[in-house]
Write a protein that binds this ligand. Structure first.
Ligand code: AMP
Length: 287
């Protein structure tokens, strides 16, 4: 596996793989890799001739009061995991490589914005202003750097998937987006690099997200179609759990992210809850 810190060397390696007839798959990550990331890497490895993982904790998607400096960084373990999965290239740039400073300026910057309107505003967008602009911007850059045929994302970040899909459609990126199911701990907690912030009691309390989603799914299966009733029950479960603070619990259309009043197959139930120091998200598509 090549570990490559520069844009130019990555583009060069990917072009060579393409010239040799290999399809290119990319898995964008912020590192602290876990079984959720692994399932994306496994899919890329199985489906593509040249598997690329990117590892970059992107500062532009963190708000000023967010956890950028505390975000877990486990480079050696991440590189080992990628090696075990026979990843061909790990792109691990510095902030300066991704956002070169303007001449004369001290700090890294980008003057170009990629703004996916409407889809960036509700749900997490309302609580993390500018977050999806940062995500769309860095993913656009990563696509131009790794030149993928296929890019792999996780359903856990459902709004991110909707934003990226729309960006790819709007800007005609020649990339197929594959969304892989959410990987969970045995007790149902969605795997997340941010689970590392949870103490033992918080880890228990964090199960309320999955409990709320499971109860919602059960109500839907029993014929309940009123979004308000299901959301009220989810609210009851989460707010009855100590040490939690709800950012939102919503039932929305999976592509437009607009709220629905009546539940149907395909409706996205999504929630974000602060549990101690961690802001956790989870979701479920009704079927
Ligand atoms: P991150 O490193 O948190 O930016 O995540 C990188 C990619 O892994 C994103 O596409 C996430 O949606 C995906 N991912 C994170 N956690 C999970 C999970 N539990 N199951 C599936 N995919 C995940």
């Amino acid at each position: 596996m090549q570990i490559v810190p520069t844009v130019a060397a990555t583009q060069h390696a990917v072009r060579a793989a393409r010239a040799a007839g290999r399809t290119v798959g990319v898995v964008p990550t912020m590192g602290a890799l876990h079984a959720g990331h692994e399932s994306l890497i496994r899919a890329a490895r199985a489906e593509c001739g040249f598997a690329v993982v990117t590892l970059f904790v992107n500062p532009t998607q963190f708000g000023p009061a967010e956890d950028l400096s505390k975000y877990p960084r486990t480079f050696e373990a991440d590189a080992d995991l990628c090696r075990r999965h026979n990843v061909d290239l790990l792109f691990a740039p510095t902030v300066e490589e991704m956002y070169p400073p303007l001449p004369g300026a001290a700090s890294a910057s980008s003057l170009t914005r990629v703004e996916v309107e409407r889809l960036s505003e509700p749900l997490c967008g309302a609580f993390r202003p500018g977050h999806f602009r940062g995500v769309a911007g860095v993913v656009a850059k990563l696509f131009n750097i790794t030149l993928p045929d296929v890019a792999y994302f996780g359903q856990k970040d459902a709004q991110q998937c909707a934003v990226i899909r729309r960006m790819v459609a709007d800007l005609n990126f020649p990339v197929t987006i594959r969304v892989m199911p959410t990987v969970r701990e045995p007790d149902g907690l969605a795997m997340s690099s941010r689970n590392k912030y949870l103490g033992p009691q918080e880890r228990q309390n964090a199960l309320c997200l999955y409990r709320a989603l499971s109860r919602a799914r059960e109500m839907f299966r029993q014929g309940q179609r009123r979004a308000d009733d299901v959301l009220a029950e989810m609210n009851r479960i989460v707010s009855g759990t100590p040490g939690t603070k709800i950012d939102y619990i919503a039932a929305v259309h999976p592509q437009t992210l607009e709220p629905v009043t009546s539940l149907a197959e395909g409706t996205l139930l999504a929630l974000a809850v602060r549990v101690g120091p961690a802001r956790l998200i989870d979701n479920l598509v009704l079927e």
